[in-house]
Write a protein that binds this ligand. Sequence first.
Ligand SMILES: [Zn+2]
Length: 188
Amino acid sequence: MNDESSLSEDQQQSWRDKAEQLQRALNSRVVIEQAKGMLRERFGLDTRGAFELMRSAARGHGMNLHLLAGVVTSSFETPKQIVWALARQPEMFTSMSRDDRVLQTEEFFRQLNDVMAEQQANNGAAFFCECGNPYCNVKVKLSREDLMTLHSQGGFSAMLPGHQIPELETVVLEHDGYVITAANGTSH
Ligand SMILES: [Zn+2]
């Protein structure tokens, strides 16, 4: 009577396998789309840019694109592979979105600068302003050594004078061309 009874065990199994394969393919497409959306929003990239970023991050680390997309979607933090890919091509993002995630933005810029310092990608002369404005893409001039020393303390950022947000951070040192800030509430 029912359709299954007319299929052999092997045929049934084969159908189930095909259905599973299809479902997996669909799922990974969904995850990649989700990851693209998240990166697009986080870094103000267009869809193509977000995909290129993931592809270059995956390729650079011999990582499966689906796997990387899974990592992107499973955390609010930006996976190291993505940070590294961005550090190699800092010109990729000229504008970032989301002005409401100031501290996360600052943390991201610190992370990015650390990687740039490690890779000496820019001769160690200029790093991204570590202010909380996601649209800020100016560079601050400080040496690689100074940046690494600053970050080794934890809780400090280097940014252009005037880029600090008084409700969130306090200038603790004025330097030539940049200021060092500490996040309010973390420096005691
Ligand atoms: Zn700035």
